[in-house]
Design a protein around this ligand. Structure first.
Ligand SMILES: C[S@@+](CC[C@H](N)C(=O)[O-])C[C@H]1O[C@@H](n2cnc3c(N)ncnc32)[C@H](O)[C@@H]1O
Length: 276
């Protein structure tokens, strides 16, 4: 059953396809990898990989690259037909099995995959137990689940400033202009993740928190913070005021080279499907 939340996500992504890649693909963890590359490496040994909430397909493109990628069988699902259209145009992704589907009801047979990845999508999904049950069903025993979920601002930088400026506007918005609460907060921390995934048939989660540096020129930093779901429903005049204030206050933080410091934390969670 499609929910109000899913309708909101569909509408948002139809209006802003590729939004997550534009916001995050340039971000780098210590050591130089993006959060997408970190997930790619977590399933390096897997030959049949599903991307859950694949968006416009950057992670699938990374998984399709190189000799190992050419041998892989790849699939992706997303609520958004517009995102999947962009994914189909990426190198190597045209041959992937891409479907508009809900994570709560996966259109794949039992044990079809030995790996599943999900970048910044799992924490948006309602009915977390149902999603976990579906992932346990389509992953074969021993299969790897690797996800990145958002962990908020890193602190002392522009993303934290943005959240501070946004909060009162969001709280003060009339009911019809507020984003519906999305997903299940439990999957954003280790204990909650285990509480959802262990009963479904997964082993204990391996949990790592990583800082992603998103610093850059002021316009790019706005593109990163200013395309969050929270702004989707706000009055455009309110958003314009927020932007003006954000740009003025973040300019005061700029580094000597003109870049604005911006960073977010992500949690990288990996769990193995137990033998049943
Ligand atoms: C923040 S975007 C991330 C997209 C992509 N993984 C990336 O990081 O570039 C979240 C994606 O999850 C999808 N999504 C959210 N809930 C979903 C659900 N229940 N079933 C399938 N897809 C879902 C959205 O449509 C959206 O494309």
């Amino acid at each position: 059953m499609t929910t109000v939340q899913e309708e909101f996500l569909r509408t948002f992504h139809a209006a802003h396809p590729a939004v997550t890649v534009r916001a995050m693909a340039h971000g780098r963890a210590e050591g130089g990898r993006s959060s997408y590359e970190i997930l790619r490496d977590r399933v390096a040994a897997c030959g049949r990989v599903l991307d859950l909430g694949c968006g416009d397909g950057l992670l699938l493109e990374l998984l399709a690259a190189g000799k190992a990628g050419a041998r892989r069988s790849l699939a992706g699902i997303d609520l958004s037909a517009e995102e999947l259209t962009l994914a189909r145009g990426r190198p190597g992704v045209g041959r992937a099995d891409l479907r508009v589907a809900r994570a709560q009801q996966l259109p794949f047979q039992d044990g079809r995959f030995d790996g599943c990845v999900s970048h910044m999508a799992l924490m948006l999904m309602s009915e977390a137990e149902q999603v976990a049950a579906e992932l346990a069903r389509v992953l074969e025993p021993g299969g790897t689940l690797a996800v990145v979920v958002g962990g908020g601002p890193a602190g002392g930088e522009a993303y934290e400033l943005f959240v501070r400026l946004l909060k009162p506007l969001f709280q003060g918005a009339p009911a019809g202009r507020r984003m519906p609460p999305l997903g299940d907060r439990r999957v954003r921390d280790r204990e909650g993740f285990d509480a959802v995934f262990r009963p479904a048939g997964f082993g204990p989660v391996e949990w790592e928190t990583v800082r992603i540096d998103l610093s850059g020129p002021p316009e790019r930093v706005w593109r990163t913070v200013g395309t969050t779901y929270d702004l989707g429903m706000l009055d455009p005049a309110v958003t314009a005021g927020l932007r003006a204030r954000f740009e003025a206050e973040s300019a005061a933080m700029a580094l000597p080279d003109g870049r604005v410091p911006c960073a977010m934390r992500v949690h990288v969670a990996t769990a193995v499907r137990r033998d049943s």
